[in-house]
Design a protein around this ligand. Structure first.
Ligand code: GLN
Length: 484
């Protein structure tokens, strides 16, 4: 039962092979039995899930239903859920129960989905290993001595362990794609503005984008159909029709040009990862596509530019957590200054504090031109590289991350080593482009991801390319031992 994809579950519910209560209970039981090992959920909403599953079964018995009616899934704990704690992985929001749903949550509710719970994540989505969560690290189901990637590591691990068929996630610099790669699942970061950010707790507003995670591209297409929408409550939401992504999944690939950036195959790339990616590219040639070597000459500026811009925006966004309006408040503050200092000192973890300090520094009057303005100029150059590349090719492919999952603590004392995890994913966020990760191999029995970068609003093409690959290979069907 737990090996079913979303597409299988929708078909099974429609045929009456099982009820929503049955399948929901199955996943809830699995979470209860197994998640002690992975820590992929922060909150499990068992009672509410069973109640909405029962309501879905009733609705189905009464007539026609929306596509996700009775389909179980999970939300990353960054999306506000009405009446259900939304912690963002932080002590600061450990007691925060939003009085409203994020637009993404509302879209899935309108489509009939049943929510199993909220998944674990790096604190305020800052991290690449899920080691910064206030609720403890998430373990990679492929090897519990290793990290699942981050920041959407809870969503990725829960899907890999078959505790949920799908989950929402967010990506500011790689947080959908990198954990998808490290956990052997499929994830898509859409074009900036495609999915509403309303009710999605802000990290770096010009980079944050919500997207789907599931085992297959076909399931990501089903989810994106629900997630993508124009939203007047998000000033950067784009008013553009949402295609039916599932309708584009069976297009031939002949004639398509795939750009291979030479900068993505240099120093620092694990040889096993490189081989798996090269094999995947050869598969695409068999499917009729042509490989074209390209250059993204400003690639080396992406990580440094991001680590100025993202902390700068974070320092502004996180200033709202002041112990006054909501969230954590220190005990017995002496005065207002003491309230601010101790609330923020006690409520935020180390990585979040590091980002706030860096961000406030880069934005301060004396340093703005030297850092923030420079970073924005670099961002423009990075974007132009992609604009030029998409004159020549239809999509760009390369590795998602430089190596398979690493051990806990492996990069603990070196923030820069951790930041380099996103060396291939960050540029797409700076440019606002869509990016995707697709399982393409195993190195030392740990999964590796192929990254597909598309032009603006080319999610349908990317999903089709991923789907064609998944029709020809079975990497996406592999499961950690004992979990299939
Ligand atoms: N790893 C990157 C960071 O720590 C990206 C995180 C993300 O995409 N949310 O900022």
């Amino acid at each position: 039962m737990h090996n079913k994809t979303l597409a299988d579950i929708i078909a099974g519910l429609n045929r009456g092979d099982f009820s929503s209560v049955e399948i929901t209970r199955h996943f809830l039981d699995r979470i209860q039995q197994l998640d002690g090992q992975y820590n992929s959920f922060i909150t499990v909403t068992a009672e509410a899930a069973l109640a909405s599953a029962a309501a879905a079964d009733q609705q189905r018995a009464n007539g026609s239903v929306p596509l996700f009616c009775g389909v179980p899934m999970a939300h990353k704990d960054i999306f506000c859920t009405n009446g259900v704690r939304t912690s963002c992985g932080s002590k600061m929001l450990d007691n925060f129960v939003p009085p409203y749903d994020a637009t993404v949550v509302e879209n899935f509710a309108n489509a009939g989905a049943v929510i199993l719970g909220k998944t674990n994540m790096d604190e305020f989505a800052m991290g690449s290993s899920n080691e910064t969560s206030y609720y403890g690290p998430v373990k990679n189901p492929w090897d519990t001595n290793c990290v699942p990637g981050g920041s959407s590591g809870g969503s990725a691990a829960a899907i890999a362990a078959r505790l949920t068929p799908a989950a929402t996630a967010t990506d500011t610099g790689g947080s959908i794609r990198q954990p998808a790669a490290l956990c052997g699942i499929t994830g898509l970061k859409p074009t900036y503005g495609r999915v509403s950010r309303w009710g999605m707790i802000a990290f770096a507003s010009s980079l944050d984008q919500g997207g789907p995670m599931a085992r297959t591209a076909e399931d990501c297409a089903l989810m994106l159909n629900v997630m993508a929408s124009f939203d007047g409550k998000d000033s950067t939401s784009i008013d553009r029709p949402v295609p039916d992504y599932s309708n584009y999944l069976n297009q031939p690939l002949s004639g398509l040009k795939i750009g291979i950036p030479k900068e993505y195959f240099g120093e620092g790339l694990n040889p096993g990862t490189e081989q798996a990616v090269r094999d995947a590219l050869a598969e695409y040639e068999k499917l009729g596509a042509t490989l074209v070597e390209i250059s993204l000459p400003h690639s080396n500026l992406a990580v440094p530019a991001y680590y100025v811009i993202a902390p700068a925006e974070a320092s502004a966004n996180l200033s709202r957590f002041d112990g006054v309006r909501y969230g954590y408040r220190c005990e017995n503050p002496k005065d207002l200054r003491d309230l601010y200092m101790r609330t923020r000192g006690e409520g935020f973890g180390e990585e979040v504090k590091r980002r706030i300090l860096v961000g406030a520094y880069c934005l301060s009057a004396g340093y703005y031109d030297a850092y923030y303005r420079k970073a924005q100029q670099a961002r423009r150059l990075i974007k132009q590289d992609f604009v030029d590349a998409f004159q020549q090719v239809d999509v760009i492919m390369g590795p998602t991350s430089p190596s398979p999952a690493f051990g806990f603590g492996a990069k603990g004392n070196d923030p820069v080593a951790m930041y380099l995890e996103d060396i291939y994913t960050i540029a797409t966020n700076l440019a606002g482009l869509p990016g995707m990760s697709v399982p393409c191999g195993l190195v030392d029995n740990k999964p590796v991801g192929l990254q597909i970068i598309g032009d603006y609003f080319d999610e349908a093409l990317m999903l089709n390319m991923a789907h064609q690959f998944q029709q020809a290979t079975d990497w996406h069907q592999r499961a950690p031992e004992g979990l299939a």
